[in-house]
Design a protein. Structure first.
Length: 222
């Protein structure tokens, strides 16, 4: 798989490249957003790691141009931890966000999770024992009995499955599933999680609470 690293800081590109190549990824580098857009059109890119603050063309603008050409899994990087940057990124459709300085190992873990998530989207169903989510039919069954979920509960469940093993913040869930302009608060997420867990019955514990962060969907390792 090929990772495109877009950052005007050479040291960051070098470190990420080293860790990515150690995991057998092919790496292509770009120093600004404009260069990144051109490389996406020239190469088969599987994942983009994209800085926000760059010369020539910033990360937000570059992502919009890339997305208009092709939908590629994208992790956004920022030297700032401002809430606006995160919300704006998720509003545009990015898959994940990391604040500098970051752990290269964590970045690689997130790259793996994103590629795994996109591979799952190509499947028709999620199956775990007698727990089945039919993506095409938009149905959920446990022990061959259909479970009635609200549209938002279904969206939450699918998003959790797509992000298996990743701790998702309430902020990320709100901005991704409710929208950038939603004026609710964390209690909205907690309420829907409570209802979703209740509907999942014996599988309720697949959704775990991550203290001070949010929630995680984690399948037991057999």
């Amino acid at each position: 798989m090929t990772v495109l690293i877009v950052d005007d800081e050479e040291k960051i590109r070098e470190v990420v490249k080293e860790y990515a190549e150690n995991e057998n990824y092919d790496v292509i580098e770009a120093t600004n957003g404009k260069e990144a857009v051109e490389l996406v059109k020239q190469h088969a890119i599987d994942v983009v790691v994209l800085d926000i603050m760059m010369p020539v063309l910033d990360g937000f603008s570059a992502y919009q141009e890339i997305k208009a050409y092709k939908n590629i899994p994208t992790i956004m990087l920022s030297a700032r931890s401002e809430e606006y940057d995160k919300l704006m990124g998720f509003h545009l459709g990015i898959d994940d966000y990391l604040t500098k300085p970051f752990s290269p190992k964590e970045l690689i873990a997130r790259i793996k999770a994103i590629t795994k998530r996109y591979q799952k989207r190509e499947k028709d169903c999620f199956v775990y024992h007698d727990f089945i989510v039919d993506y095409k039919g938009h149905t959920v069954k446990i022990e061959n009995q259909e479970i009635k979920l609200t549209p938002k509960e279904y969206e939450l469940l699918v998003y959790f499955i797509e992000n298996e093993g990743i701790a998702l913040s309430r902020e990320q869930l709100l901005s991704t599933l409710w929208g950038y302009d939603f004026f609710g608060d964390d209690r909205t997420i907690d309420t829907h999680i409570k209802m979703l867990r209740g509907n999942l019955g014996k599988y309720r514990d697949l959704i775990t609470t991550v203290r001070t962060v949010g929630y995680k969907f984690e399948i037991e390792k057999l």
